[in-house]
Design a protein around this ligand. Structure first.
Ligand SMILES: Cc1ncc(COP(=O)(O)O)c(C=O)c1O
Length: 360
């Protein structure tokens, strides 16, 4: 078996133990003679898989019965639409932009002003390197909700403290969910595309406070309607059954390995190791305000961008994959999600030091 270190931003590295388990039961799930992907989502066997995944996630994140947990499709991007359809309710929603993803969410929601769903207000615009200070935020009175992205995957900008606002907080946690303990009760709605810390692409998680599900616009498409989905156990139509099952295996893996508290310690150690290596060198550079450096996505540039291509070739040869940064930011990016091990981050740091010695 030749599993290499995969620093892809998403779809991202999966825990090897999970893939081995899925492999072992792929052809014949628990003696049933069929694969999970070949059974009805309405069968008792599948309902057991789906229910267990939800229970395990509730345990991992401490999600109370005040919240519905939905296993949907369409990616985090479809939630950019679903959120205003469900929550705007003729009012004004506040959007804090700190990078590409929060900006995309803002722009998508803004389109629905024309439909009369309500108003979308830009609270502040970040520069992709820092987060505008809360004292310059232009918050609305009685906003329907406040939207932000705690971890900007492309820019590597993370907001660690939950914003202090009066409106229900809606958070795009696509690239930081399950990386650190959070207090779910601080949020009105949390959503995430699965393909980073949860499982394979094709599944979107929505955790929504039940009282917020009562105000969807009459124009809200049925499958985007949280209340409809909750009442139908996320099975209004055929869900992404195999991705849901694999995500359930990831939740089991996390629980068996000390839960979110333990993975958070490892995540902190990984991020510290990598940022330290960058800061100790004048060859590598990370442009983000240290207070807001992401512990999941670490972008960095080389002193000479002419060397980017060589860096990528050599790192690939060394078994370190997918380090190319997003074109918006350039340079490199190491995504060090839950399934990336400390040993793999150490291997990256060792490689970076050797590369600097040879090329600086
Ligand atoms: C923070 C964040 N939000 C939204 C998205 C879009 O997710 P999807 O491709 O599932 O629509 C991404 C994808 O990388 C992301 O990182």
């Amino acid at each position: 078996m030749n599993r290499l270190a995969n620093f892809c931003a998403g779809p991202a590295s999966m825990p090897t133990e999970v893939l081995l388990k899925a492999q072992a039961e792929l052809l014949d799930w628990r003696g049933k003679g069929v694969s999970v992907m070949e059974i009805s989502h309405r069968s008792a066997d599948y309902i057991e898989i789906a229910t267990k995944a939800e229970q395990d996630l509730r345990k991992l994140m401490g999600i109370s019965d005040d919240y519905a947990v939905l296993f949907l499709q369409g990616g985090a991007s479809l939630q950019f639409s679903a959120i205003p359809f469900n929550l705007l309710n003729g009012g004004t929603a506040d959007y804090l932009n700190t990078g590409t993803w929060s900006e995309k969410a803002y722009k998508e929601a803004k389109r629905y002003e024309a439909l009369g769903l309500g108003k979308i207000n830009l609270v502040a615009q970040g520069d992709g390197k820092d987060v505008p200070n809360a004292d310059v935020w232009q918050l609305s009175d009685n906003a329907s909700y406040f939207h932000y992205c705690p971890n900007e995957t492309i820019h590597g900008v993370q907001i660690f403290d939950t914003p202090k606002v009066n409106a229900p907080i809606v958070a795009d946690m696509s690239s930081c969910i399950l990386s650190e303990p959070i207090n779910v009760n601080d949020f009105g709605l949390i959503y995430a595309g699965a393909q980073k810390n949860i499982g394979p692409a094709g599944l979107t998680l929505v955790i929504v406070r039940k009282d917020l599900m009562e105000q969807a616009s009459a124009w809200c498409p049925n499958v985007l309607n949280y209340k409809n989905q909750a009442e139908n156990d996320s099975m209004l139509n055929t869900p992404s059954t195999f991705a849901w099952y694999l995500s359930g295996l990831v939740f089991e893996w996390l629980l068996e390995n000390g839960g979110v508290e333990n993975i958070a310690k490892i995540n902190r150690a990984k991020a510290e190791l990598l940022y330290q290596a960058i800061d100790d060198s004048s060859f590598y550079h990370n442009a983000v305000n240290p207070k807001h450096r992401s512990i999941m996505n670490v972008p960095f540039t080389l002193a000479d961008s002419e060397l980017d291509k060589v860096f990528l070739e050599k790192s690939k040869e060394a078994g370190l994959l997918n380090l190319k940064g997003h074109r918006i930011v350039g340079g490199m990016r190491a995504s060090i999600y839950n399934a990336v091990t400390l040993k793999q981050v150490q291997a990256l740091v060792d490689f970076m030091k050797d590369f600097e010695k040879s090329y600086a």
